[in-house]
Design a binder for this molecule. Structure first.
Ligand SMILES: Nc1ncnc2c1ncn2[C@@H]1O[C@H](COP(=O)(O)OP(=O)(O)O)[C@@H](O)[C@H]1O
Ligand SMILES: [Mg+2]
Length: 201
């Protein structure tokens, strides 16, 4: 049975850590699991990821950032997600269109309806079955990142930017409580994993 799971949350909320734990758990229960991420799976995605996140010499304005992320997503859906779902995989994506709504809409301040239309269109109709939002105070997430080392354009944004993104996620959750599940993400990795597992028993 194919299914599409997405993880959301600000940087440092523990997505990579929890995705690995969930993938191991679902694999142990016999699922074929495929892990992917945004931005930047697939060849076009890699180039876009470099442009958006790593190339300090390219100035990327908010609307340019929005369209790059959306281009990346369409390519990602067509080249990676759709084929794997058709092949019966459980696909877990580290970020999906909620990130665009939270970062480019709430974080960058692009009008939300415009971001929503573009983000939706970029997903080519492929909707997550469930989205796990890792909920953590912004300060705590940023502290974790300090230990990990900052590594991209978003990481370098001030606290206020991440707070806007966080408020955005909470707003999105209210609008789509059926799909987006809030996971208390302040505890130990094992505690958080236990909470996540509940949705897959
Ligand atoms: N529950 C946790 N408690 C403490 N530190 C954590 C926890 N989960 C992850 N970390 C650490 O915090 C940092 C960010 O976690 P990571 O999984 O990379 O988050 P994200 O992928 O959301 O940016 C990493 O150094 C990771 O080892
Ligand atoms: Mg990560």
């Amino acid at each position: 049975m194919s299914r599409f799971i997405t993880f959301e949350g600000i940087d440092g909320s523990g997505k990579s850590t929890q995705i690995k734990l969930l993938a191991d758990y679902l694999s142990s229960k016999g699922a074929k699991v495929f892990l992917t991420k945004e931005p930047g799976e697939g060849k076009l995605g890699e180039a876009i990821r470099t442009m958006i996140l790593a190339r300090r010499d390219i100035e990327v304005k908010p609307y340019e950032e929005l369209f790059l992320f959306c281009a990346d997503r369409s390519h990602h859906v067509r080249e990676v997600i759709q084929p794997k779902l058709e092949d019966g995989y459980t696909v877990i994506s580290d970020r999906y269109y909620d990130s665009t709504l939270a970062y480019q809409g709430f974080g960058r301040g692009i009008p939300h309806d415009f971001v929503f239309d573009n983000a939706k269109a970029s997903s080519l109709g492929v909707e997550p079955d469930i989205t796990l939002f890792l909920s953590i105070p912004v300060e705590q997430a940023l502290l974790r990142l300090k230990n990990r080392g900052r590594n991209n354009r978003m990481d370098e944004e001030p606290l206020e930017f991440h707070s806007r993104v966080d408020r955005g996620y909470r707003e999105l959750m209210k609008r789509d409580i059926e799909r987006i599940k809030e996971i208390e993400a302040t505890g130990s990795p094992e505690e958080i994993h236990t909470e996540i597992k509940r949705f897959f028993e």
